[in-house]
Write a protein that binds this ligand. Structure first.
Ligand code: 8OZ
Length: 386
């Protein structure tokens, strides 16, 4: 029987277990959106994950929507990421970079020359972002012109090349949580009348073009996509037919033979049953298109749920987000069924080492008293969010 702790090969990536560190925005990049030395310590501490998906990293200056998030479009950013990836590799870990364009979830103060953010639409999202002035309403976007879309594809492709040049094992395209690609996918947002709006085929076009371009650039075995079919995050609303939309998307992507699909089940960081969706059917359809690679599931998984998902074959890998923040040695704790530390909310976004690199690993004395598979200490419910 396959367990959560078994090694796995998917695409060109070999991981030492089935536990994925989900992408987590922490806002600790330095000037010019170059990763800071502190980020190296943070990722190195978490390298026992089978796979780390980096925090969302913007593919262009225009793709930024929050203060101090890292980028991967400049040479300085590539140089900044390199020691981070090397440190993770030095500890036997694997890291793919999450490539991000926020679209309309941005503010003019974060945009080059104070320009308007861009989107599929000119309609403003009813949500906030954090800027140098704290939490602020996002700015009204302008709709990208048809002749600008090749540039968006190019920006993702260039970022993927840069990620590989920085030493990454691959990339994950951020197609989730109400950001640019979801702004194209969903008919609750996309109000275009050109070849990128209207029908499902048109709304999935940009994502398919981006994944194809990246597969050509770095190889499909090093590329994956993260989706969130029903999350309401960032005022995404709900598509009129999420099951049909995402089936069509994965049907179009199956021939590429991507390394992985990473799926957020339910509302990101919230209710798993926020809206009806048949995830097993989505996966079955994808497999019938002769796709291979990993099916990574995420959102509110407990230890027991994760063990069961992998053992039953419902998923190949399970991603944990917030539990990795306060538990750098989460893999070991899950293996031992040890207690999990709780996160400090105040230090989530921005700041320095406090609440970032100062969460300790399990006390070795305590770890020594635990037997793998034993339950001497009740584990904290991973679904608990402080
Ligand atoms: C929390 C705060 C800022 C950004 C996402 C990249 O939701 C994010 C994000 C999360 O995917």
């Amino acid at each position: 029987m396959t367990t959560l702790f078994d090694p796995f090969r998917f695409g060109d990536i070999q991981s030492s277990n089935r536990i994925v560190m989900a992408p987590l925005t922490r806002n600790r990049a330095g000037p010019a959106q170059v990763p800071s030395p502190l980020m190296r310590t943070y990722y190195e501490q978490r390298a026992s994950a089978g796979l780390i998906v980096s925090e969302a990293t913007q593919v262009s200056a225009e793709g930024q929507g929050y203060l101090d998030t890292p980028g991967i479009w400049s040479a300085a950013q590539v140089q900044g990421w390199n020691p981070i990836v090397k440190a993770v590799h030095g500890k036997g870990g694997r890291l793919v970079m999450q490539l991000w364009h926020v679209g309309r979830i941005s503010h003019t103060s974060l945009q080059p020359d104070g320009q308007q953010p861009v989107s599929s639409t000119a309609r403003r999202a009813n949500t906030k972002t954090f800027t140098a002035h704290g939490f602020e309403d996002v700015s009204a976007p302008r709709a990208l012109r048809l002749d600008e879309l090749p540039r968006i594809v190019h920006d993702f492709r260039h970022a993927a090349r840069n990620a590989i040049d920085a030493g990454c094992d691959g990339v994950e395209v951020h197609g989730a949580n109400g950001y640019l690609l979801e702004q194209f996918l969903r008919d609750s947002i996309n109000d275009r009348t050109d070849a990128y709006g209207g029908s499902k085929e048109n709304r999935i076009r940009l994502v398919v073009e981006i994944m194809s371009a990246i597969a050509t650039e770095i190889g499909a075995g090093r590329a994956g996509l993260r989706i969130s079919p029903v999350t309401p995050a960032n005022d995404a609303g709900q598509d009129s037919d999420p099951q049909g939309l995402y089936s069509r998307l994965l049907e179009r992507l199956a021939p590429l033979k991507l390394a992985f699909i990473h799926i957020i089940e339910g509302a990101t960081g919230g209710a798993r049953d926020v809206a009806p969706f048949d995830y097993a059917a989505l996966r079955a359809g994808y497999k019938s298109g002769h796709a291979h690679g990993a099916w990574i599931v995420n959102n509110g998984y407990t230890r027991a749920m994760a063990i069961d998902a992998v053992a039953s074959g419902a998923a190949d890998m399970v991603a944990f987000g917030r539990p990795f923040i306060a538990n750098p040695d989460l893999v070991n704790r899950l293996r031992l069924d040890a207690p999990l530390a709780a996160i400090h909310i105040e230090t989530l976004y921005g700041g320095g080492a406090a609440g970032y690199t100062d969460y300790p690993a399990l006390d070795p004395a305590l770890a020594g008293r635990l037997e793998p598979g034993g339950h001497p200490i009740a584990a904290v419910d991973l679904r608990h969010r402080a």
